[in-house]
Ligand binder design. Structure first.
Ligand SMILES: Nc1ncnc2c1ncn2[C@@H]1O[C@H](COP(=O)(O)OP(=O)(O)OP(=O)(O)O)[C@@H](O)[C@H]1O
Ligand SMILES: [Mg+2]
Length: 433
């Protein structure tokens, strides 16, 4: 089908035909051709001209039809004005043009992707069945005023949407003809963010309220029934100290998270030599005092390029990962840390360094893995809480890695254990700090 600009072709054809016509005119003017030849020449010119006009008209009609019915639809009478169709096509949001009986005259590409190719030419209720969505259209049609309603699309996947409808007068032949311009907004992402924010407040309050309630309970006991019980006082004060420490850790983690988020858009510029950094962390974390403390084994590639990183944040990342490996690893088994250069960071085009932290033990069920970096998400909340966890460690890791323009991968293999890999871009140009 002729598409972008059919006029160009006709201009070309006309330009080729022009010298031919001029030649006929000149020859007839000077009387150098006989009558029969003249009739043949003028006849040919007239037939060509008629053919050209017919083709032009057919192309224009075809183009109009294409714009009206969209790529996948079938037209069933009625027509949307061309100018409106072009505006709708030029917009990125899903837009539909309907007549005042709710029949879809045109759908732009985004709308067809959302509700399906076959929608054009049909009543919209065939495809968007939700009463609220139809109510928005009906309200706009009845009142002539813009209307909007939220609804849920279930097919092919569940999405929260909003139907917005307005009436426009824009007929081609009849200037007062009215059409419905409807947009379907996908609110799924916005709703998810809204829910995450609400969940976050609920989770943070819950995490703070639990230790606070414990402390308040013990204060009451110490002030009343256990006032003179030295043994109970000693025990209760120890628990209160633990709970207070947990609250402090939680608040520190939350503050740390918001600090990281604040400058997440600014990647660090420093160069950090990973070998001494990792050795230091391992040395501080290894003697955790317990007799069954796991051995932490470090294996570093010989030529490690420096990482483009913020030293303090990297310490936070590896302390969190090693802490998890120790906490959730099988007792008595070692934790293995490796670091090696990589040609490409997953999802990015540059090379860097990959640091892996591996522990043996129970695998994390696969359905939990994508959610581990959410704030307060824990596979086994009770167990994690008992081990002193706040559920913020991996969220902090994720945001730091994202600020570094690196990547994070968590792999867990049943019967083997869990490997967490941090990819960091290298900073070969700058001298390592
Ligand atoms: N190496 C691991 N092996 C098994 N499960 C793990 C491992 N690392 C993390 N997890 C699971 O992921 C959850 C989230 O980890 P995260 O580090 O964010 O929180 P946490 O360790 O519970 O608390 P925090 O790190 O704030 O003290 C943990 O509760 C645990 O269920
Ligand atoms: Mg942790």
């Amino acid at each position: 089908m002729r598409q972008e600009n059919p006029d160009i072709d006709y201009i070309r054809i006309a330009a080729t035909a022009l010298p031919f016509l001029l030649a006929i005119l000149t020859l007839s003017a000077v009387g150098r051709v006989d009558r029969i030849a003249m009739v043949v020449l003028w006849g040919t010119a007239a037939i060509s001209l008629l053919w050209l006009l017919a083709r032009y008209r057919a192309d224009i009609l075809r183009e109009r039809r294409r714009l009206r019915i969209g790529a996948g639809g079938r037209e069933r009478g009625g027509a949307a004005p061309l100018a409106l169709v072009r505006i709708v096509d030029g917009m990125a949001d899903p837009l539909l043009l309907l007549d005042m009986k709710r029949r879809v005259l045109h759908a732009n590409r985004a709308a067809r992707t959302l509700v399906g190719e076959a929608i054009v030419g049909k009543d919209i209720s065939f495809y968007v069945r939700h009463p609220a969505a139809l109510e928005a259209l009906d309200a706009a049609i009845a009142s002539g005023q813009p209307a909007e309603r939220e609804f849920t699309l279930l097919d092919p996947v569940e999405r929260a949407c909003m139907m917005r409808a307005g009436i426009i007068e824009a007929g081609e032949e009849d200037a007062t003809a009215r059409f419905v311009l409807a947009s379907i907004l996908d609110l799924t992402k916005m709703k998810r963010v809204e829910k995450m924010r609400a969940d976050f407040v609920a989770n943070a309050s819950h995490e703070l309220r639990t230790p606070l309630a414990t402390i308040a309970g013990f204060i009451e006991t110490l002030a009343g029934p256990a006032a003179n019980d030295a043994e109970a006082r000693r025990r209760f004060l120890a628990i209160m100290g633990e709970e207070a420490a947990r609250m402090l850790r939680l608040i520190e983690d939350l503050l740390s998270l918001s600090r990281i988020e604040l400058d997440e858009h600014l990647p660090p510029g420093g160069a950090v030599d990973l070998a001494p950094l990792l050795e230091n962390i391992v040395n501080t974390m290894a003697p955790r005092g317990k007799k069954d403390a796991p051995e932490i084994r470090l294996s570093l590639a010989a030529a490690l390029p420096p990482a483009r990183a913020d030293r303090d944040q990297l310490v936070q990342v590896f302390q969190n990962l090693i802490d998890n490996a120790i906490k959730y690893g099988r007792a008595g088994t070692p934790v293995d840390i490796t670091a090696q250069p990589v040609e490409r960071i997953p999802g990015r085009s540059e090379g860097g360094v990959a640091v892996t932290v591996f522990n043996q033990g129970e695998a994390i069920p696969p359905e939990h893995i994508p959610r581990l970096t959410e704030r307060f998400y824990r596979v086994d909340s009770a167990r994690s809480r008992k081990l002193g966890g706040t559920g913020l460690g991996l969220a902090i890791v994720k945001h730091i890695v994202s600020r570094h323009r690196g990547a994070l991968a968590i792999d867990s293999v049943p019967g083997l254990g869990t490997t967490v890999t941090v990819y960091l871009p290298s900073n070969a140009a700058a001298p390592a700090a």
